[in-house]
Design a protein around this ligand. Sequence first.
Ligand code: ZN
Ligand code: ZN
Ligand code: ZN
Length: 279
Amino acid sequence: MELVFLGSGGGELWPSAFCDCDACRRCVQEHGEGLRIGSCLLVDRTYLFDLPPGVNVSAIRHGVSLAGVRHLFITHSHQDHLDPCVLAAAGRVDGPPLQVHCNKRVIDLLPAYQQFNRFFDPQKLNLHFRTMQPLDVHDDEGGAFSLTALAASHDTTGGEQPLIFILSVAGKTLLYACDTGWPPEDSWREICRWRFDAVVLECTCHQLMECRSGHLSTGPFLELKALFEQHGLLKPGARFIAQHILHVHRGDDPSAEELDAVFAPHGVDVASDGMILNI
Ligand SMILES: [Zn+2]
Ligand SMILES: [Zn+2]
Ligand SMILES: [Zn+2]
């Protein structure tokens, strides 16, 4: 299974538009070195987790085509996880449809998204939407993949239930958990039924502040990793990856190197835009 991290940032992006903090200024001066768009993961060039602003530009920047994407898994409606402008310009008029798996709130917001682009017509764009709720399982008809949706512990404005996903393809299993805080009991029970080749878990607040609910910081993130190990949920050689790295406009955000120095001793990779892992 190939994992391409097209985005690794939090909702603020890094650098943020109009932000003049040291971290953002440095990134601009270095022509985008260390740039993080919203979090997004491309799996086997076929499955895409989330659709943040700039995802198509990030793909081009890293020499990756999105033309092979058949399934889009949207975790929730927050702007850093679903940019309706990108969806409205999907551009797959012919060929196989793009299947969009998402929660009901995203479906409910589609008419509002049409305000962003009056030409946004899912039917014409060959977009097929499938609503998922926690514990729903979608087995692809051709048997190519299995997708399980689980509840995240995250913002529920508008009655939304943000989702995290377990994806199984050709004997490899991945957990994609952004944005989630500490997993709710039902989600953890389901997670405990699997063994993973890779866990991509948000560590949004990393060293900047303590977060356990809604988002995770370094301490709770490492506690969760220890639980995965105690319960034998990681296959030998499994990768554990910190994703969704926040920027807080203060200029004291740790650099990618500083984050690596914190996480590497714990056997954790920190995602960066353009990072590719084969598991
Ligand atoms: Zn987010
Ligand atoms: Zn969110
Ligand atoms: Zn900044």
